[in-house]
Design a protein. Sequence first.
Length: 266
Amino acid sequence: MPRVEGYRTGRLENIIGKHMSELNFGLEERILNSKDELAQREALLTSRGLMVPEGEELVLGLFVGEQLVATGALVRNVLQGIAVDIDYEGEGISAAIVSSLIRRAVDRGITQVFLYTISEDISRFESLGFRKVAAVPRGAALLEWGTAGIESYLASIRALAKDKPDHAGAVVINCNPFTLGHRYLIEHASSHVPWLYVLVVEEDRSLFPFKVRYKLVQEGVADLRNVTVMKGGPYIISSATFPTYFIRPDVNKASWKAVRMHASLD
């Protein structure tokens, strides 16, 4: 398992072992693949008012005998669909499923993990090493776990903005690929501000990979002297901060509650 700075493998295993050892009943961890297990999992999510996440790459379940008592999924670097059977709440099972998902994420080389929860549960996940990115009182909270966090990202932006004019503007673009329309938008915006930051969506879920899109944007605006092109990072339109951006809308499944939650965090 790779080492994650600030969260060494040993510490992570100690966290998992601690929560597992505190449970007074046997738990079996399984990757959910069969129709029966996935049906159990959907029923559990529904019972807790949750939808089955889109784009799941790994779905875990914790069982007592043949009863599914907890589940969670990894969607790229975001933990989703975390649910515990109501009869097993307060037993430390939510910490167990989250810790297991983090361990498997680290095994895959993922060094930064995001999680949505309610504001009242922030302290519960802070005990697992999560840090708060944003929260709405009596509403949703976005947490992160791993190496470089939001403070490091903001510090890099401040360093990039050093000696640049105040009252700058910013545009966020995907450019899949970069077109004359994008060029016009950036040139027009840059003519109205002393300095313009162009943030290119970094997540690779477009037809053109990020490296190609980023290079095309840099080359396409190289003559604009008051424009800085920068990477969007994990906070500017990503699976963690704006998941619905990457999902084709389905009016029959859309959760406006989830959309409002993401908007409130923005």
